[in-house]
Design a protein around this ligand. Structure first.
Ligand code: PEP
Length: 281
């Protein structure tokens, strides 16, 4: 991952027509958990209206409680990829929690026959699942979106990325998503976007920020701007080139993390805000 030297010009990679480097910014706005055909269709239609060709869609959900919605799993993949094709989505970020999910995604994608690609996401809870990381390294088809471990050191998270890279897959994006705090933080996690330049200094990985899981709430401050927007601004100013952010057509009905989901009506404003911030810095 470039910790032992290497040129900054070699940061990033190209995948399915999308360049992941330090210059371009990609919004991966989408559903934390796929729930209904209608939600996915509405989400992707909103993205298409904004000219956005990247999204996040959770099919396999690692939940803290076994009694919470665990995701629709492989059953939803055929229609998620069909809708991605319909709306011209080029890359879907999708978490995998078990090596078997990689094959399920590959088969469903092939069966769909469309040109959509998938970036396989490692969630914070699997940041040190070394067998999963090795499998993600051994497959060369899909790039990997690695989310830092919420309760381990940054160094340990970087080592986890080495597991993927050393097995042969250097197409990795490093995602900051907040860390656990025991200080009564008003947010879900302590936002760690000050580490964006640190990761850029230490590695050659493009950096992503996930303000939704960091902040954990979609409500706005006195200026009418959601904390999530402010945090995106911080991440982009610091040099992040990808943003993973939760949306839902009806956040109150979402089966997972509804309180942090933005509404589809906020998508165009978020896109404009990200452009303005990025151009200013
Ligand atoms: C997610 O992005 O859906 C998710 C569960 O994130 P994290 O692993 O960062 O909690």
């Amino acid at each position: 991952i470039g910790r032992h030297g290497g040129k900054r010009e070699t940061v990033g990679f190209e995948y399915n027509g999308v360049t992941f480097d330090e210059r371009s910014v990609h919004l991966f706005a989408g559903l934390c958990a796929v729930d209904t055909h209608e939600s996915v269709d509405a989400m992707m239609a909103a993205l298409a209206r904004c000219g956005i060709r990247t999204t996040r869609m959770g099919a396999y959900k690692p939940r803290t409680s076994p009694y919470e919605f665990q995701g629709l799993g492989a059953a939803c993949l055929p229609w998620v990829f069909e809708l991605a094709g319909k709306h011209g989505i080029q890359v879907v970020a999708m978490e995998v929690t078990n090596p078997r999910h990689i094959d399920e995604i590959r088969s469903a994608l092939e069966a769909s026959g469309n040109a959509t690609g998938v970036m396989l996401q490692v969630g914070t809870r699997n940041a040190q699942n070394f067998e999963l990381l090795k499998q993600l390294g051994q497959q060369r088809v899909f790039p990997v979106l690695f989310k830092r471990g919420m309760g381990i050191t940054l160094e340990e998270s970087l080592n986890a990325c080495e597991y993927v890279a050393s097995e042969g897959n250097p197409k990795i994006v490093f995602c900051l998503r907040g860390v656990k705090s025991h200080l009564g933080d008003p947010h879900r996690n302590m936002v760690d976007f000050a580490h964006v330049p640190v990761v850029r200094r230490l590695t050659r990985l493009p950096v992503c920020v996930d303000p939704s899981h960091a902040v954990g709430r979609s409500d706005a401050g006195p200026d009418g701007m959601p904390d999530i927007f402010h945090c995106i601004g911080q991440g982009l100013i610091a040099g992040a080139s990808m943003v993973l952010v939760d949306f839902h057509p009806h956040p109150e009905l979402a089966l997972c993390d509804g309180p942090q989901a933005l509404r589809l009506e906020q998508l165009a404003a978020l896109q404009r805000y990200a452009q303005i911030v990025r151009e200013a810095y």
